[in-house]
Design a protein around this ligand. Structure first.
Ligand code: NAP
Length: 278
């Protein structure tokens, strides 16, 4: 299907930019958002509308949707992409830092979904793409709070997919590994304001290792965007779409550990039912 209308948050750079580019090249229409409302350089202007959206501001989200529906009467593919990372041990994240990142990575996508769903349900077709992260499935030390925002987004996506299936709507949680965007650069990622030396061997090591990957990540945003386009074009889109060989490996390690715990503790797990249920 061509000529679909996409609504993509955060197309100024990175994965959002690459996805807007791929959708436009495919012949679809794109409503993309940037914080400034400026059109990013290099995107084909034909079939592209850019709206201002600051994810942390509910009024800005409301205005963006009013403008989007004034431009097009429908949204076929909704992509919650805008987001950022927070690095540092869980203990050192302040209450404000935690609230801020949940606000952008979780509460904003939920508000956006609430704005889009009434019309999408009426249309009887459509696809919600939530850009989560492999961190949400296989969290690592040093990015626990970020992982929490993405785990919540994925979990909600799984429930939402079941709620929306009767309306002909699909939901996909996309879990990228490391992609070569600004994500790890000082333009994007934040670090917790305080630190505790005791975490040097765990969080400290993991964060140092992560930051040395900046600019050398294996994931190609253009290829990631094409993979998402393929999922949107599929007759039966996936519930989870992992992007990158590193994401596959991390997910497998997590699944193996999960399976191991399940089997080793199976008797204990079963033993908690009331006796008459056995
Ligand atoms: N790259 C990776 O390795 C990776 C891995 C897993 C998941 N992800 C996820 O992929 C998504 C895109 O990240 P990326 O890799 O493309 O990073 P990026 O290059 O840093 O781009 C982030 C995008 O989000 C926008 N954004 C951030 N905070 C915003 C806010 N408060 N309001 C509106 N827009 C905001 C940015 O807009 P500005 O230009 O205005 O800042 C930018 O367009 C994120 O959700 C991220 O968590 C990335």
């Amino acid at each position: 299907m061509t000529n679909r209308v996409w609504f993509i948050t955060g197309i100024s750079r990175g994965l959002g930019y690459a996805l807007a580019h791929a959708a436009l090249e495919h012949g679809d229409q794109v409503i993309g958002t940037t914080r400034s409302g400026r059109v990013p350089d290099g995107l084909p202007a034909h079939n592209l509308d850019v709206l201002p959206l600051e994810a942390g501001d509910p009024t800005s989200i409301e205005h963006a949707f009013a403008s989007a529906y004034a431009l097009h009467d429908r949204i076929d593919v909704l992509v919650n992409n805008a987001g950022y990372g927070l690095l540092g041990p869980v203990e050192t994240a302040s209450d404000q830092e935690v609230r801020d990142i949940f606000n952008i990575n979780l509460f904003a996508p939920l508000a956006i979904i609430r704005h889009a769903l009434p019309k999408m349900r009426d249309q009887g077709r459509g696809h919600i793409i939530n850009i989560s992260s492999i961190a949400g499935i296989a969290p690592a030390p040093g990015s626990g709070i970020y992982a929490g925002t993405k785990a919540a987004l994925s979990a909600i996506s799984y429930a939402l997919a079941q709620e929306l299936a009767p309306f002909g709507l699909w939901v996909t949680s996309v879990e990228p590994g490391s992609f070569r965007t600004d994500f790890l650069s000082s333009r994007s990622v934040l670090r917790t304001g305080s630190n505790v030396d005791d975490y040097a061997a765990t969080s400290g090591r993991a964060v140092d290792g992560l930051l040395t990957k900046d600019g050398k990540q294996a994931g190609d945003p253009r290829r990631g965007a094409l993979a998402i386009l393929e999922a949107v074009n599929a007759d039966e889109p996936p519930l989870d779409l992992l992007l990158g060989s590193d994401a596959l490996q991390r997910a497998q390690t997590r699944l193996d550990r999960f399976d191991d715990d399940l089997r080793r503790w199976e008797d204990v797990s079963r033993g908690t039912d009331f006796r008459e249920m056995a």
